[in-house]
Write a protein that binds this ligand. Structure first.
Ligand code: HEC
Length: 114
């Protein structure tokens, strides 16, 4: 019983504080080489993280689906051929990692520290 309450409390705090850790998403983004083509605020080979974030604003589930390889590109579909193979680099993430990654991307455009 006690254990169930602890789990319930943890779920509740996740709900309250959005404990899906977007800094974990940022780490994945850096570690998997996404930064090679995606600068935060500047269009380079790929769209900036900010551009992607704006496009997927209020559509976190859509972005998660895209990152899992289950969605259609909506930012620059005409260049999707460059991006598509990159998804293999994140083909083995856990569900909450996809979510952290999506949250990091979406929240990037709201950040004021650039
Ligand atoms: C070789 C360059 C390159 C690398 C590396 C790269 N991308 Fe991209 N990415 C692109 C290009 C070009 C586009 C534009 C095509 C598009 O919008 O589908 C893009 C688009 C995207 C989009 C928008 C998709 C949409 O809906 O159109 C997301 C999200 C994304 N990249 C995430 C990532 C992540 C996460 C990684 C790291 C695993 C990554 N990219 C690595 C080149 C790259």
């Amino acid at each position: 019983m006690k254990k169930i309450m602890v789990v319930a409390a943890m779920a509740w705090s996740t709900f309250l504080f959005g404990a899906v850790d977007k800094s974990a998403g940022e780490a994945i983004f850096n570690d998997r080489g996404c930064v090679m083509c995606h600068q935060r605020d500047m269009e380079t080979i790929g769209p900036s993280v900010r551009t992607i974030g704006i496009r997927y604003n209020a559509n976190e589930n859509g972005l998660v689906a895209y990152l899992k390889g289950q969605g259609q590109p909506i930012v620059y579909p005409e260049r999707a051929g460059v991006m598509q193979p990159q998804l293999m680099k994140i083909g083995n993430l856990y569900e909450d990692e996809y979510r952290s990654l999506a949250r990091f991307i979406i929240q990037s455009y709201m950040r004021v520290d650039f």
